[in-house]
Each structure stands twice: as structure tokens, then as C-alpha cells.
Design a binder for this molecule. Sequence first.
Ligand SMILES: NC(=O)c1ccc[n+]([C@@H]2O[C@H](COP(=O)([O-])OP(=O)(O)OC[C@H]3O[C@@H](n4cnc5c(N)ncnc54)[C@H](OP(=O)(O)O)[C@@H]3O)[C@@H](O)[C@H]2O)c1
Length: 263
Amino acid sequence: MTQKKLLTDKVAIITGAGKGIGKATAKLFARAGAAVVLASRTPADINAVAAEIKAAGGQALAIPTDVTSQNSIDQLVMLTLRAFRHIDILVNNAAVIHPVGKAWEVDPVAWQHLIKTNLIGPFLCARAVLPHMIDRGDGHIINVTSGAAYSDIVGLSAYCASKAALDRFTTILAQEVSDTDIVVCGMSPGATDTPMQTEIRNVSKNALPSVDYFRQRHDEGSLTTPEDAARLNLWLATQNDQNGVIAPISDKTIREKLAKLPL
Ligand SMILES: NC(=O)c1ccc[n+]([C@@H]2O[C@H](COP(=O)([O-])OP(=O)(O)OC[C@H]3O[C@@H](n4cnc5c(N)ncnc54)[C@H](OP(=O)(O)O)[C@@H]3O)[C@@H](O)[C@H]2O)c1
């Protein structure tokens, strides 16, 4: 008898699935048996990931999506339900890092766009899937957060503010769903080897005084891999007792649990 995979029969929407952690999460969730819906703004990226997943025998659907747009999110949910009939998991992973620089020097439109992407995007996506999850009685929402939520990183005021607010949104939403079996949690991957880290390394020391820290982490090979971050997303998506938890990959107990994941 073949063993049931961890996410058999589950449908997962992953925002920002064209690159980095979102891409690794989509591939891992598909290997774990989920039908995955890939949502980001660049069709070529998500189409390529979907093709890779299908070639490996998985189920994937690429839906070009901008998480700052209500219409785009409505379309994402509608097309997901049309294709797969239900939504079990939402990974709010899409984010941007720019603008980087002193708050009064950066473009205020870019600052607001970051908040729209990193904070309002997860809010809009969560509220779009929650009525459906509440009807079904369960579901998992994983908000991808960052140590930036509780660190003062000079030059990253918008990014740090967005992740601090995302953490608070996560813990409050978790309490709001606490009379259901829905799990709302946060995943904090630590500095991870993705295109976003390349963007960080490429900014000037004037814009980001701590840039050498990120360059050093890269040079010494100590960045989290996107695959390890994806494993933490997978672990969270399979747990029912993590409501309201913000799970950092640096946590030793969590790392031990990830090592035991049957994948
Ligand atoms: N890398 C790190 O060191 C690190 C550390 C801590 C936390 N994180 C968090 O981990 C998550 C993933 O980061 P990453 O490093 O994998 O980032 P990444 O490599 O830059 O990938 C980000 C993804 O988000 C998508 N995206 C950006 N804006 C979007 C929008 N408006 N609508 C839909 N998709 C959008 C991008 O695609 P398009 O541009 O094509 O839309 C891309 O696929 C983020 O939440 C990030 O804050 C990362």
C-alpha cells in the first residue's frame, strides 16, 4: 500500500511563488501531494515553476497576481476554486525589500508600495480565503515574516515596519479564528539565499549601514537555503497546534522537528 503524502488532497495558494522561498515552497508542497497555485506578478516565473512541478508529476496552476490589488486577489481565489474546488492553505510569502535608505530620502510612493505589498497584501489575501476556510471549518494561513519585525535595521524602515505589523496582524487574526480549527501562524526564515538577498547585498553602505553583515553571511555560506525555509512552511502547514505562533527557523526545537519531516 502506498503511504499517504503529507499534503494529499490539499490545495495551497503560495504568493510570490516565482522566486526564492515561495518557489521552493511550491515545489516542496507539490512533492508532498498538494495542488499548488502559484501567484506572483511575473507570468514567466510562475509558468516556469508550474511546468517544473508538472514535469515531476505534481499539480500546479500559475495565476498572475498582484497582491496589492483587490481585483487581482479576487481573480486568484475565483480561479483557484474553479480549478480545485477548495483552498486549504494560504502562504502569504510575497514581499519586496525596497526602498532602502533613510526614511526622508527614499521615495514615499515606494515606501507606501512596500507596506501595500508586505502588510496589506497578506491582509487582503487572508480575508479573501477566510470565509471559504470558515465554511469548511479548517485551513492554514502562514504569514512569512522576518527577524526584521523586531530588529531596528537602519535603512529598512518600511520593511521592518511592515514585518512588525504583519506579526501583530498574525497573532490577532489567530485569536479571531480561535473558535475554529483554522491555524494562522508566522514563519521567520532568517537571512535566506534568494533574489531578495542579492538585492540587499547590492545596495550601498550609505543606504544600508549593515550591508556588510549580509555580504558576510553570503560569503561564509551561512544563509538559510530556500529549501530549508520551505520545510518550515511544510511543517507549519501540517500542524494543528501552531495557531498564533511565529516560528523562527533558528529555533533548535523547530529544526529538530524539520529534520524528522518524512520528505
Ligand atoms: N530572503 C531573506 O533573507 C528573507 C529573510 C526573512 C524573511 N524573508 C521573507 O520571505 C519571503 C520571501 O522572500 P524571498 O527572499 O524569497 O523574496 P524574493 O526572492 O524577492 O521573491 C519574492 C517573490 O514575491 C513576488 N512579489 C513581489 N511583489 C509582489 C506582488 N505585489 N504581488 C505578487 N507577488 C509579488 C515576487 O515576484 P514578482 O516580482 O514577479 O511579483 C517574487 O516571486 C518574503 O516575505 C520576505 O520578506 C526573506
